[in-house]
Design a protein. Structure first.
Length: 270
């Protein structure tokens, strides 16, 4: 013990190069969108929370909320603090999707980012820009693979459209890494972070692992199906979906309320 104390007395962190550490947060939610066909009900679309940077580097570019780790806080605490400071949105929980440490990923220097994904439930979450963010908005998400194997990430809000092109570098232990061919106007390597988050989210929703995080405690089976269809950008036969999910939910004695629609049975997660 005395030898260790003596070692620590003379040890200096300044003897070794050290990176700065940041957290970047990928926050998703489902947004109800009116159908162009008046005969059809509104449908759900997947949306992503982005901020417009108020300072350099990448001034005025859209980016994920995030920032630098402060002394005395965990990286998870940093992520929650930064997303609230920059957008006023408060995620209930975070899931780590890995570290991004590619040399040169940040023009300011050696900066390693820890990325997290969060899902905001089916609520009217109001975003408001703050701290060093000039704006904060929800962008509708499209993420598809074309016939050449390239991935196309499209984010849209009103007349703002960001279109990034990526290709898959590797997939190990359930985590897919992407290389950016064209950032589409997104700052830093955030297109690759978003692509990894979407892949992880789709895998979880496909296996019904994260699907309930989009919903309130009580929900209809149609609402549950809308989540899977919106996140994965697919159409699912109702009969097949209900058969797959039957072992994961339990009926309640309650029904939906509201004019214009036939009351639907409400369910809970088992």
């Amino acid at each position: 013990m005395q030898e260790e104390e003596k070692f620590l007395e003379t040890y200096s962190m300044d003897d070794y190069p050290r990176p700065s550490v940041t957290a970047d947060i990928v926050v998703f939610k489902l947004r109800s969108k009116k159908s162009d066909n008046f005969r059809k009900d509104s449908h759900s679309v997947l949306s992503l929370l982005l901020i417009r940077r108020g300072g350099h580097p990448y001034k005025d570019c859209w980016a994920l909320p995030g920032g630098f780790l402060s002394p005395g806080e965990t990286i998870e605490d940093c992520a929650l603090r930064e997303v609230e400071e920059e957008t006023s949105v408060v995620p209930a929980s975070l899931m780590s999707i890995g570290m991004f440490s590619e040399p040169g990923r940040d023009p300011r220097g050696w900066i390693i980012s820890n990325a997290f994904v969060s899902v905001i439930g089916n609520t009217e979450e109001t975003q408001r820009s703050g701290d060093d963010a000039a704006d904060a908005q929800w962008f509708d998400v499209s993420f598809e693979q074309n016939e050449t194997g390239e991935y196309l990430l499209r984010l849209s809000h009103d007349d703002v459209v960001l279109s990034a092109e990526l290709y898959e570098e590797k997939s190990r232990f359930g985590i897919t890494a992407f290389v950016i061919r064209d950032s589409g106007g997104l700052a830093f390597d955030h297109a690759a972070i978003i692509a990894r988050a979407l892949t992880a989210l789709r895998n979880g929703v496909k296996d019904f692992e994260f699907i309930f995080d989009f919903l309130p405690e009580k929900f209809t089976l149609t609402e549950l199906q809308n989540v899977q269809e919106a996140v994965m950008n697919i159409s699912v036969l109702s009969a097949n979906f209900r058969r797959k999910v039957s072992g994961l939910v339990t009926e309640t004695d309650e029904y939906t309320e509201g004019a214009g629609h036939r009351p639907a049975k409400l369910y809970k997660r088992k």
